[in-house]
Design a protein around this ligand. Structure first.
Ligand SMILES: Cc1ncc(COP(=O)(O)O)c(C=O)c1O
Length: 424
């Protein structure tokens, strides 16, 4: 499952400091101390290159597509480059298989309506209790419309992993779709996606993967996972608020999208409703290139193509985030008033992201984050839309406190957060 490759690329405190200089928001202070951003799972900060790309597009070639004049022609070219960059990011070779939209949720609803038209009573779809509701409710609602059954894979509450034995029992020849997350945005569990896809394909089901929480931490690999659809969101991986959906060409061409008559009927256009947010799409490319440049810089291989450069970057990110999250989790589990949900055994940390949720024995998550917020620590409270999981863990309605690390966070921030929590 681990993405570690044999390369010298590493992030250390000096290189992280260098990266931090590229993110203007990280210079922000609160009561004379730097703000600590442990809210990455809800959206990351963006580097200057992303901000400039958005602003340059608006300044120099803001236009609609397919016109016979320079700004429009340049916009066409830009959009093509964005599709190519996203294909590299997702590990696919066909840029036309990448669709953009306002966010992952809207794209999932969009596709769900078209897929549901192919379902018949007696069919079933399988979703999981570990997933963000954006990969549950669209399928539940579409199933209701089509009159098909929904089966929900339970979670082992001891370590917040999916019950794969139960999954096996739920899959059968009438399963049309399995919707599963690559990683939990609440407790950080990483699912064995390739294995799960194989199980679903064995009964002829399609697989829709939610990689929103996975994408800022590990290299997404649609080809290796062999899934049929995959969605993520650029605002979680250092880009602007744009959703990304990849699907197999044959499926994107054969399914019937809800589409306006004059709109293109070839992919990717047939799935991209209305006028797109061109400036932010250019920002998505800049975010991907920020990560690729990080890989080139850390490895010293300055001529690397985008995909191998991204591999280098994510190897370094994984190793660095592991160090920080190991310290954070070990510090938290020493506190008797804190109960960390999910995988806490360091020997299993390759099965989790540097994102965790905890309950405080006296304080609600809203109160914990309010007190942390007063000290300039950004952390999230509630269920963060991991609604089924929050219910399964018995944490509703208060939810839990979520701390999320990304590669621009530092060891000293982890110590500051631990000190703040112990004194709550
Ligand atoms: C795992 C996961 N899936 C889906 C979503 C929904 O993404 P979007 O806000 O792009 O609709 C989120 C957002 O937090 C998420 O964390």
């Amino acid at each position: 499952m681990s993405q570690i490759h044999s390369t010298a690329a590493n992030l250390d405190s000096a290189s992280v400091e260098e990266q931090r200089q590229l993110f203007p928001a990280l210079q922000r202070t609160h009561q004379d101390s730097p703000l600590v951003y442990f809210d990455g799972p809800a959206g990351t900060q963006v580097p200057t290159s992303v901000i400039s790309a958005i602003s340059d597009y608006l300044t120099r070639c803001n236009s609609n597509l397919h016109g016979n004049f320079p700004t429009s022609q340049e916009s066409d070219q830009w959009l093509h480059e964005v599709h190519c960059g996203a294909a590299d990011f997702l590990g696919v070779s066909d840029p036309d298989e990448v669709i953009f939209g306002p966010n992952m949720t809207s794209l999932t609803f969009h596709l769900s309506r078209s897929l549901a038209k192919t379902w018949k009573p007696g069919d079933n779809v399988v979703v999981t209790r570990l997933d963000h509701d954006a990969n549950v409710r669209p399928w539940v609602l579409a199933a209701e419309d089509a009159g098909v059954e929904v089966r929900m894979v339970p979670v082992d509450v001891a370590d917040c992993t999916l019950d794969l034995e139960k999954l096996n029992k739920m899959l059968d020849s009438r399963t049309k779709l399995l919707a599963v997350g690559a990683a939990s945005n609440s407790v950080g569990t990483i699912n064995p996606v390739a294995d799960i896809v194989e199980r679903a394909h064995a009964v002829g089901a399609l697989v829709y993967v939610d990689a929103v929480h996975y994408a800022p931490h590990r290299l997404v690999d649609c080809e290796q996972w062999n899934c049929d659809f995959l969605a993520c969101s650029a605002y979680k991986f250092f880009g602007p608020h744009i959703g990304v959906l990849w699907g197999r060409r044959q499926l994107l061409e054969s399914l019937v999208p809800y589409r306006l008559n004059p709109a293109p009927n070839v992919i990717p256009g047939r799935w991209m409703t209305g006028t797109q947010n061109h400036e932010c799409l250019v920002g998505v490319l800049a975010a991907i290139d920020y990560l690729a440049d990080l890989g080139r810089k850390l490895s010293g291989e300055h001529e690397l193509l985008r995909r191998p450069a991204l591999q280098r970057a994510f190897t370094a990110i994984e190793n660095y985030e592991r160090q920080l999250s190991t310290r954070l989790i070990s510090g938290l589990i020493e506190m008797p008033q804190i109960s960390v949900k999910g995988i806490v055994d360091p020997r299993r940390f390759d099965q989790r992201m540097p994102t965790l949720s905890f309950a405080h024995e006296r304080l609600t998550s809203a109160e914990v984050t309010r007190r942390l917020g007063e000290q300039g620590i950004c952390a999230w409270h509630g269920n963060y839309y991991a609604w089924e999981l929050s219910h399964a863990l018995g944490c509703e309605p208060e939810g839990m406190t979520r701390l999320g690390i990304v590669h621009y966070n530092t060891e000293s921030e982890v110590e500051r957060v631990l000190n703040a929590i112990v004194q709550l």
